[in-house]
Design a protein around this ligand. Sequence first.
Ligand code: PHE
Length: 365
Amino acid sequence: MLRCPDHFAPNGYEKMNELDAIVSSAQGAFAQAVTPADLENAKARFLGKTGSITELMKGMGALSVEEKKTRGAAINVAKQAIEAALNARRQALADAELQKQLQAEALDVSLPGRARGAGGLHPVSLTMERIEAIFGSMGFEVAQGPEIEADWYNFTALNTPEDHPARSMHDTFYVEGGSAKAPNLLRTHTSPVQVRHALQHVAAHKAKTDRGEPMPEIRVIAPGRTYRVDSDATHSPMFHQCEGLWIGENVSFKDLKYVFTEFCRTFFESDDLVLRFRPSFFPFTEPSAEIDIQFQSGPLAGRWLEVAGSGQVHPNVVRNMGLDPEKYIGFAFGMGMDRFTMLRYGVNDLRLFFDGDLRFLSQFK
Ligand code: PHE
C-alpha cells in the first residue's frame, strides 16, 4: 500500500492506516522477540513513555472535542490490539520456556520401579522373642545387664574368686576401667545378671515393706550378648545366651526339670523330645548339670545335643544376692541362644548368623 507521510494526511482515514501500521509493526517486533527481555524492550517502543502510541495520545491536545472522540477511540483500539499481541507473545514465550524445562527434566516413567523388600528380624532375635514369650507364659520377667561387666559380677559374686581355675575356662576380652587387679571385661556369660537382678529385687522389696512381709519369688530370664576368645563353626567370639533364675523358699531341682522340659518342647514344637540332666560343674551352682536334648524324629533324631548349663544356685551366690541361703533356694540355667536357633532352623555353621549375608538372613522372614 502506498502511504502518505503524516503531515500530508488530509483526514482521519490516513491516520487510521497509520494506526494499523503501528499495530502491525508492534506485532512484528513482538514476534521477533525471543527472550522476555527482548519483548519488554519492544513493548517500550510502542507503549512506553516515549512509545509511538503514547506519543499519539500526547498529540491529541490540539484536536477539537469531536476529533478527540474518534481519534481517541481509534488509538485505544490500536493500543488494545498491541497489548493483546504483547500478552499473546508473553504467554507463548512462557510456554516455550516451560516446554524446554519439561524436556530437560523429563522423567522416563517407563523405567521399572526399584523394589524395596520388607525387612525381617534376625533369626537369633526371632529365637529371643520366642524364648521371652514362652518363659513369659510361665511367669518369668525379662532382665538386662551391661555387656561391659565388672569382675565382681562376672566372677567373684558367682563364687569364682580370683585365681579360681574355672576363670580360665572363660577367657575373655578385658577393657579399660575397674582396678588393675580386677579390670572390667566383656561378660563371658549372662550369669552376672542373676546377681544384678536379685540385688535389685531384694532392694526394691525392702524399700516397699517394713513389716517383714514375704518377698515375692525371683523368676527372671536375661537374654543378651556374651563374649569369649573362641572362634570356629560352632563358636563365635560374640554369641548369645539366655540366663534363667528362679529363687524362692521352696524351689527345687524338680521345678528346674519341669520348667526346662516344658520350655524345650514348646520351643521346638515337639512332644517327643527327651531331656537329660548330665552331672557337671559350675562354681555358682551345686549340684550342677548340663542339659542335653534328643529329638526322637527328624534329621537330628537320636543324637544328644548339649543346650544349657544349669544347677541349684550355690549358697555363696544366694548370699551375694543379699539373701539368706538357709531360707532361699532355687535354680539357674544358662542356654546358648545361637545353639537353639541352629537346631530350630537346621543351620550347621554358627558364623552364618554373623556374616550379614542377606541371601542367608532373608530366608528367616
Ligand atoms: N554361665 C554358664 C556358662 O556360661 C551356664 C550356667 C548358667 C550354668 C547358670 C549354671 C547356671 O557356661
